[in-house]
Design a protein. Sequence first.
Lengths: 637, 223
Amino acid sequence: MQQLAQTGVRILAGQCVSEAVAADGKQGITAAVVCALTPDGKPDSTRSQRIDCDGIAMSVGWMPQDSLINQSGGKMQYNDTVEQFVPRTLAAGVFAAGRNSGVYDLDAQLADGARAGESTAAYVAPGNASSIANRQSPIDNSPHSHPYPIFEHSHGKNFVDYDEDLKLRDFPDAVQEGFDSIELIKRYATVGMGPSQGKLANMNAVRVLAKVRGKTINETGTTTSRPFFHPVPVSHLAGRGFHPHRHTAIHHRHEKAGAVFMAAGAWLRPAYYNGSSNRSRLELIYDEVNNVRESVGMIDVGTLGKIDVCGSDAAEFIERLYTMRYANMKVGMTRYLVMCDESGVVVDDGVAARMADDRFYVTATTTGADGVYREMQRQALVWKMNVTLINNTGIFGAMNLAGPHSRKILASLTDIDVSQEAFPYLGYREGLVAGVKARLMRVGFVGELGYEIHLPANSAGHVWDAIMKAGESHGIRLFGVEAQRILRLEKGHIIIGQDTDGLTNPFEAGMEWAVKADKPFFIGQRSLKIVKTKPLTRSLVGFALPQEYHGSVPKECHLVIRDGTIVGRVTSVTFSPTLKRVIGMAYVSPDQTQLGNQFTIRIDGGQEIHAEVIRTPFYDPDNKRQTQPMQAKSEAA
Amino acid sequence: MNVIRESPVLEALAHTKPKWGELNGMRVAVEVGSGVDSPDLEIADLSALAKLGLKGSGAAAWLEKHGLKTPSAVYACSISDTDRSLLVRTGSAEFYIEDAPNGETVARLLDNLNFNPPDVYPVWRQDASFALRGKNSIEVLAQTCGYNFRDSKDDFIYSRVAGVSCGILKQINGDTPTFRFWLDNSYGTYLWEQLVQIVHELSGEIVGFNRFYPNAITADSNS
């Protein structure tokens, strides 16, 4: 360091690079903001300086190449002096030397190498093996890596793993969701699983996790090192990196409407709108919720999976794939779909519309769409059925027009009779909307009179504009995924993958009504028959906090505790702008499901709060809003 | 002009300030730039061409019945001598038909599909469809696709380009290769941006629709 300083390089000890200032167009940087560190290791923005530059070189410190030591049965332990793992024990016949053992001085490395080499030679000499003991390397007495790598920026991304785009914030989030060991966090967040195979990120991930959990690095440990091990050639990392993403046909209209986007699989979806306004995120979202309840809103649902199932065996095919009955569906009606895997775990849901005796239109979840279509293709071959599958997911755009005014707006644009009698709840119709051939479903994920309009993607923008124009006088506003999640939760609708997990069966999720066990066959039926004979271990319930509760609100994945043990977790929770209280869904013990029962949720900081089991739907339990649509507030006034 | 369809790359094309026209109800960048130069590498959006997919065990016979000679091999394609429409057999029981700018094959087939022929199911193809032409076009593919097009004689394949599943048709006119791409329109903006970036790096240009189909579309007088 002295030599470096003598060459004129400024060394800023006790400071950190707090921010890389992006150049115009974000294709490079133009400066670094350097902050002094507070005694507790946080950047002090009041003592900062800006250094103009066009690049920042970053070191992640030294990390021992210890895979072969671990794989041969040796054990590593963290050494606080050199701030790295060094061998604690080595397998018989394995001798380590050099930086792996915390030796950095060249002369010491040469001596250490000679020692290890002599020991190896002696070990392989006939009759000597048992008498050659491993000797400790002369570990340096000063650190060569920083003890902690990341200094949090108030609104920066703080990448920990550049391969996998993992940020500092992902670690406390993962811990909150229960992935609190380094082995679990590796699998959950995929830290260290990118091209560098942990060489850039693993050590820092251990340090970050240790800090989040208030543990030492030795208590935190490392992941298991498995064969085989070889460095990743730089040539493998060269060339262009491609990260495909999908836009719905309405994407640019969302941008112009000020959408704040969120990722949903490969798609970008509007989370909410007017993100550049002075109003808070929650105010904007609640406004979108209220507008759907009181007037009318529209959401882009083009990301849903959309599949035509055609052919003489179409009905039988769907009967086998999904848990309910479909062969008896009337043409022009829709029905809810639940798909299980062979073990009876709920894997997807959607809606089936019967277009003709031999044609169904099936929707799937945004993230499940590809998997559902693949499974359909596979089963069509396995079962040798006369079905033709058409994946319309990218072919059709889709929008949901929902709210008390939705019928009037749609009626002004379509040749379809949209009266309650002609187009009832759960009906399916085909016709022209703004001059474009469309498929319409009267389904109600958000719990209001609503129409899902599916039509060729290239014409979706035209129809979207026409609906917005026709809806102007009715107060139409766009709503995003965040508002949709609140609306559906108020209505008590579950989201597969959020309110279910990789082990959830329909009985636990309160979906027994959707399982027609007396059908001849459906995927998962055999497993569910066995599951049905056994007692439930958890049940999904709706819950609410007292209306007067003003404390910290539980978060998704907070644990349900009884007598000090975990019996479940919160799957969905929100403040309901309609009901003016916090509502949610949680898995609880099956003997806690009685309405009015109180159960305990452990929230941030270990605080325990009480929630009450409430009947779902929380909102409009008699479904009158969809089956007997009421007047909009503005009309009733 | 009755524009009710949009190319998935409409916004990206608008940045090139093209002369606009219309085809099949879609706004089309007819000319980009001067329209006079002939760059060594050029890329255009051809998404406006009328297109249709057909699936089902009755599709081949139904197409034959309506005067289209279907290729016998999967991934084989043919171009009609009469109206230059393209027919690709994309599977044992699935086909892709695309009209040239003034073709009427797709419209004719759609009219007949209204009678719901048995075991014939329409696919309302909404593909983003691009064309890449020039001696450096092979280099663009080399940077984005694992398939080796340098030695290929295949006329149509499915592969991934920049991570996106595409149907790719290679055509050679003299020494100049032309590649056509068809892909799910939701990936259209992404792939267009990737390809255009590489095209520009190789000194190529975005060109208008009429570079590939001269005088096919009349530009609006006010664009």
